[in-house]
Design a protein around this ligand. Sequence first.
Ligand code: NAP
Length: 282
Amino acid sequence: MNILLTGASGFIGGHIRQALLAAGHHVTPVSRQHGLDFTRMLTPQDWLPHLQNVEVVINSVGIIAETRGQTFAALHYRAPAALFRACVMAGVPRVVQISALGADEQAFTPYQLSKKAADDVLRELPLEWFVLRPSLVYGEGGKSSALFRYMANLPVIPRVGDGGQRIQPVHVSDVVATVMQCLQVASARRTLDVVGAYPLSFVEWLQAMRREAGKKPALTLPIPLGLVMASAQVGRFLVPMLHPDNLRMLQRGNVANVQPLADFLGRSPHPPALSPAKQARG
Ligand SMILES: NC(=O)c1ccc[n+]([C@@H]2O[C@H](COP(=O)([O-])OP(=O)(O)OC[C@H]3O[C@@H](n4cnc5c(N)ncnc54)[C@H](OP(=O)(O)O)[C@@H]3O)[C@@H](O)[C@H]2O)c1
């Protein structure tokens, strides 16, 4: 198939691209690295010249925090909405949107709300659409994976507030498998939460990463939520992922029912923290 893949230079997009090429698809990659900037692609007319003979569009562009030139409004909403509308005009039959867990009726951060705004546009269009909402995605090349591995390797693990924040990390291979399945199934127009096999607390996840690295469990150091939030106001300038909104999303929890994904894939996704290769070896 002829597939236009946005975010092709990114963590998730890069893994999707590899899988598409391995399956014999023709991929047109889109990103600034590939010469197209979403902040300049805000109308359907901007997209139309790029959609000739395209059979599937996969949108995997996103940012975790805004900078002066990179806004949620442009990258998560205006450019994707223009792209989706252009797909209708150009006759592209199928669109797969990588959204995010929490981009739902309870969305409360600008990140989640901007994702939901684009998802809602797509859902209204006469297309075969899929809205995939991954939880925290981990795997080779992931920026958050690198940060969490670093935290897991500290001699003492920070425990934010009561440490009970629930997450359901999903391995990037399961995200890719879900996208590949979206290309094959007949019944489209579906929203799917793409989550790992089961939820666990943030601290449990870091401890599991230590186990995987052959280390003993670390002591945990409780840090009041207020102090973490105050530090995040400064820390976000060094590590954008530490934006207070992201901590608020973590605090609320990032979990979902895994069964619809398992039914869609015909198997359960991987349990968190272990690499699929290691699981296969037991
Ligand atoms: N990673 C996770 O845990 C996670 C969880 C849930 C949802 N998601 C969503 O999944 C999608 C991909 O995330 P990711 O982790 O793969 O992020 P990533 O590694 O940061 O990749 C982002 C991609 O977006 C492209 N991009 C950024 N600004 C752009 C612009 N102005 N114009 C064109 N392309 C632009 C980047 O390419 P250039 O820099 O070359 O332009 C890159 O290809 C995002 O929508 C994200 O919200 C991710």
